[in-house]
Design a protein around this ligand. Structure first.
Ligand SMILES: Cc1ncc(COP(=O)(O)O)c(C=O)c1O
Length: 400
């Protein structure tokens, strides 16, 4: 019998978001709109390099003299600056273990590996719905996952009471994954009171929060978007956090993220860092340097930091402006406030209630590319097309 490795191998199921990007690229229609993959786009549909990033790159080009390995922990000053950015003054930074990782995904995977080693029996509770990659990341390290209710697609609102009820049935020691802000795919975030209620519940039930914060600065502001994580950090003894610099620094291709563990004391934090380092070593050995060096340069320089803040604010205002415009366009075209929730969401994403046939119809008849679960990237919608978009969606909903 043949021992050929590939003889019976089938192709994996297509990643719906990447597959949509492929279809979009092959579509020759000039007016087509890509609302799929989560990148910020300006009015012209471009994702330019941020000014502060360019300036930091120039500085690095002029001053760097070596391309030596950065070590499995990555750049320690970067990792320290990320603790400040994410945790603020919510906790003593000595209690936070941190490690530079290749993107938010790399950070999630290192932390998943860490959890699989220290708490293999735990269930990781994920919000329903959540980012498509979450389940696969935890499955890849052999951890069990389960879902807690998060968002009601029919009513376009949070399911906070159901969320609390389900988490009360989780076993002590289980892990609860939370989106720090700008929930993907719904755009619906917890408010301060809900974060505080949740913190009390996690403490009471002995559950460990794992905060995925991939859009800090895209919702209400850098500190405001970290509020939930900081409330948890103030109240709970332990917490995991995966942060991404892909979106807020526009460093998508550079792969910059940070894996963090809040420990009960500095000694345990040091052990956590050492353990994460071991996992990094076997996963990819060392993270790529360039993007993290850019982030560190910006975070450590007052002028660059100020400029980055203002660039980020402009992006945030643009997205929030698009949300308001979109909700208004739907209100005018439909005569109802059914889509009012779009104005109250945060970050890039929101969900439209459309059937698979309607999503297919949007693509074939209007050149509008929407992810199969109805997720739209609001930032991918040019302002000049918003009114047409609302009318097209309403026409599609009427047709089928
Ligand atoms: C919720 C969430 N977490 C993590 C990530 C990972 O981001 P990165 O590109 O930095 O790996 C994303 C990216 O889309 C995301 O939406």
């Amino acid at each position: 019998m043949s021992q050929a490795l590939l003889a019976a191998l089938q192709p994996p199921p297509a990643d719906p978001i990447l597959a949509l990007g492929g279809l979009f690229a092959a579509d020759p229609r000039p007016g087509r709109i890509d609302l799929g993959i989560g990148i910020y786009k300006d009015e012209a549909g471009a994702t330019p390099i941020m000014r502060s990033v360019k300036a930091a790159e120039h500085r690095l080009l002029d001053t760097r003299t070596t391309k030596r390995y950065v070590g499995a922990r990555g750049d320690r000053q970067f990792a320290a600056a990320m603790i400040d950015l994410v945790f603020g003054t919510a906790t003593d930074s000595g209690r936070v273990a941190s490690l530079q990782a290749p993107g938010g995904t790399g950070a999630l995977r290192v932390l998943a590996q860490f959890l699989a080693a220290v708490r293999p029996e735990a269930t990781v509770w994920l919000p329903d719905p959540t980012w498509l990659n979450h389940e696969a990341i935890f499955a890849a390290v052999g951890l069990k996952t389960a879902y807690y209710p998060y968002y009601d697609r029919e009513r376009s609102e949070l399911r906070f009471d159901a969320l609390c009820e389900r988490l009360r049935s989780a076993a002590p020691g289980d892990i609860v994954l939370l989106h720090g802000c700008c929930h993907n795919p719904s755009g619906a975030d917890l408010d301060e009171a809900q974060w505080r209620t949740l913190a009390g519940l996690l403490l009471e039930r002995d559950l460990i929060p794992f905060v995925d914060i991939a859009y800090q600065g895209f919702g209400r502001g850098l500190d405001e978007d970290a509020l939930g994580l900081r409330i948890l950090a103030e109240q709970l003894p332990e917490l995991l956090a995966a942060s991404s610099c892909s979106k807020n620094f526009g460093l998508y291709s550079e792969r910059v993220g940070c894996a963090m563990v809040l420990a009960r004391n500095p000694r345990e934090a040091e052990i956590a860092t050492a353990r994460m380092t071991v996992h990094a070593r076997t996963l990819y050995s060392m993270p790529p340097d360039h993007g993290a060096a850019i982030v560190r340069t910006i975070l450590e320089d007052d002028a660059l930091l100020t400029d980055w803040h203002s660039e980020l604010e402009a992006i945030r205002e643009d997205m929030n402006g698009k949300r308001l415009h979109l909700a208004k366009a739907f209100r005018q075209a439909s005569g109802t406030d059914e889509f009012g929730y779009l104005a109250h969401g945060f970050g890039m994403f929101s969900l439209l209630t459309l059937s698979p046939a309607q999503i297919e119809h949007a693509r074939s008849a209007f050149g509008i590319y929407i992810v199969e679960d109805g997720r739209i990237n609001v930032a991918g919608l040019p302002t000049s097309r918003i009114d047409d978009f609302a009318e097209a969606i309403l026409a599609i909903r009427k047709a089928r």
